[in-house]
Design a protein around this ligand. Structure first.
Ligand code: SF4
Ligand code: FES
Length: 248
């Protein structure tokens, strides 16, 4: 065990006991290869079993360990404590979501919005096994592949000032996932999704601060997706105005 230590300051909130969230400081061993999640697990295993936080994979895949670390949204399993040492590390729940308990936030608002954008392939006819798989060219795949990398970690929502100001805004991950399916050559659900995307609380709620893309640990670039949807929605509007007979 290392002799060096580091302080981890964690926001605590137990709705059964606390009227307000408050910080609690824990001193943990300083181990160079530890990430924030290792420090939290050390606290849970050795100091205070009541500490609540989400995690699962410890390899930046499941998206459940999003916390605000020293004021910025990060994955706990990808954020090394050595980047903060010898200063203390402040760990808080992701911003812009209600706190359920300690570092666990209530994600219901995002889940509802995510369901609204229909994040799945929509087709009138689905091939039977005998009809075989759908063929897709490399160029068709590249059109949406980047947006498939989203792990729903919600760091982008914690970074987004627009979502903080206007909870009606659909926000970066839901919008970029809609863009992913709209650009999939196998999908036919674009028109249904555009009703949500082109609304005021859809892409037009975004003022292109770009904080979502900077926070994203998987290089999804949700801000880029949102700007591409704005262009698509504008083109749709122009076509409808200039060629109303073309609309089904
Ligand atoms: S877009 Fe990036 S930051 Fe947002 S939920 Fe997906 S992976 Fe996380
Ligand atoms: S624990 Fe799965 S992304 Fe961090």
């Amino acid at each position: 065990m290392s002799e060096k230590t580091i302080e981890i300051e964690v926001l605590r909130y137990d709705p059964d006991k606390d009227s307000e969230p408050h910080f609690q400081t824990f001193t943990v061993p300083y181990v160079e290869h530890w990430v924030v999640l290792d420090a939290l697990n050390h606290i849970k295993d050795n100091i205070d079993q009541s500490l609540s936080f989400r995690w699962s994979c410890h390899m930046a895949v499941c998206g459940s360990c999003g916390y605000n670390v020293n004021g910025e949204p990060h994955l706990g399993c990808k954020t090394f404590i050595r980047d903060y040492y010898p200063n203390k590390v402040r760990v808080e729940p992701l911003a812009n979501f209600p706190i359920e308990r300690d570092l666990v936030v209530d994600q219901d608002d995002f889940i509802d919005k995510f369901a609204d954008i229909k994040p799945y392939i929509i087709r009138e006819h689905h091939n039977t096994i005998d009809e075989g798989t759908y063929k897709q060219s490399r160029a068709e795949l590249i059109k949406f592949k980047q947006f498939t990398m989203c792990i729903n970690c919600l760091l982008c929502y914690a970074a987004c000032p627009q979502y903080g100001l206007n909870p009606e805004f659909y926000g970066p991950a839901a919008l970029s996932m809609a863009h992913r399916y709209n650009n999939d050559s196998r999908d036919e659900g674009r028109e249904e999704r555009m009703e949500v995307l082109a609304a005021e609380e859809g892409v037009w709620g975004c003022t292109f601060v770009g904080a979502c893309s900077r926070a994203c640990p998987k290089d999804v670039d949700p801000a880029g997706a949102i700007q591409q949807i704005k262009i698509a929605a504008t083109n749709d509007w122009m076509k409808e105005k200039l060629m109303p007979w073309g609309k089904k």
